[in-house]
Design a protein around this ligand. Structure first.
Ligand code: BDR
Ligand code: CA
Length: 306
């Protein structure tokens, strides 16, 4: 089993990712830290608790940052739904722990050491602050996965930038410089969609499966960003945690643009090594769709039937 802390802004695809990880024995979810992004941190924290309560999972949730480091907050309720999550989960009865998300990340890293993987799938504000508080974090833990960036293709919120990086470019820049991260960007996540017939069958089964179908069944939101169905971006990370090798990675030197121009928040990835700099990130370049879908089905089965 792999111990994982998720830093997340649920968020429909975050919810799918959490269901997959919670529902699968290969991953032990040790905690969640929440961040503003898809909606306010009040909403993303409530959604995280509601997702856990609904599946009957007792996992600590630490509320994190309520605004990006430098930029203004922009949210995406038009994609993820009013309150940041489609469907209608009951309000949670559980409460967040009495600790800030960034401190929770540092504490969990100290407690679990290299027996912990961190997966950050929202704006990187909490992780940047955790790195500022504990610069040795990348050496302490096992892997640090990020969902963010678009290494070799266009963005989804601006022509150049992906949403998580664009939401907090200063934080993304710090994390890319220092975290030696596995960067899972739009290059692979645009293709991370469950089979349409699987989603349809969940809708018909209803109950916990219907809830998951609600999170994914919003194809209208995919139009205009090169998808015919909504990609569940964050779920690509969960798939590789459960079944390492779903994603293939290559090492590159990357930088995040924070200069405020048309590429603000975009990651610049030195594909041909023209900078002659040491690689600082593992960049996801390919995804095995069949294996992704098989982890998705098994994880959702475990979550929805729980
Ligand atoms: C990322 O941005 C958010 O809207 C999603 O939850 C995902 O983490 C995709 O660009
Ligand atoms: Ca997210």
């Amino acid at each position: 089993t792999r111990n994982v802390l998720f830093d997340t802004d649920p968020g429909c695809d975050d919810a799918v990712m959490l269901a997959m990880a919670l529902g699968h024995d290969a991953v032990d979810v040790v905690g969640l830290s929440t961040v503003c992004g898809n909606s306010t941190v009040t909403n993303t924290t409530r959604n995280a608790l509601a997702i856990l309560d609904h599946g009957g999972f007792d996992v600590p949730v630490a509320r994190g940052c309520e605004r990006p480091l430098v930029d203004d907050l922009t949210t995406a309720e038009w994609i993820h739904g009013e309150g940041g999550l489609r469907g209608d989960l009951p309000d949670p009865t559980s409460e967040p722990v009495d600790q800030h998300g960034a401190d929770f990340i540092v504490e969990q890293a100290r407690e679990h050491g290299d027996d912990l993987t961190i997966a950050a799938v929202g704006p990187l504000t909490n992780l940047a602050i955790a790195l500022a508080k504990e610069p040795a974090l990348p050496e302490m833990v096992d892997d640090i996965y990020l969902m963010g960036g678009a290494a070799f293709q266009s963005g989804n919120v601006t022509p150049a930038a992906e949403a998580n990086f664009h939401n907090d470019p200063a934080a993304a820049s710090r994390v890319i410089q220092d975290a030696e991260a596995k960067m899972v960007g739009l290059d692979v996540t645009n293709g991370a969609s469950p089979a349409p017939e699987t989603i349809d069958s969940y809708g018909e089964r209803g109950g916990g499966f219907g809830v998951v179908a609600d999170w994914i069944g919003y194809p209208e939101a995919a139009q205009g960003v090169g998808q015919d169905r909504l990609a569940v971006h964050d779920a690509a990370v969960a798939a590789d945690l459960v079944d390492p090798g779903v994603l293939s990675f290559e090492e590159y030197f990357c930088e995040v643009d924070t200069t405020g121009g048309p590429s603000h928040g975009a990651v610049v990835c030195d594909q041909y090594g023209v900078r002659d700099a040491e690689p600082n990130a593992s960049v996801a370049v390919d995804m095995d769709l069949e294996r992704f879908r098989s982890v998705f089905r098994a994880g959702v089965e475990g979550y929805a039937a729980a």
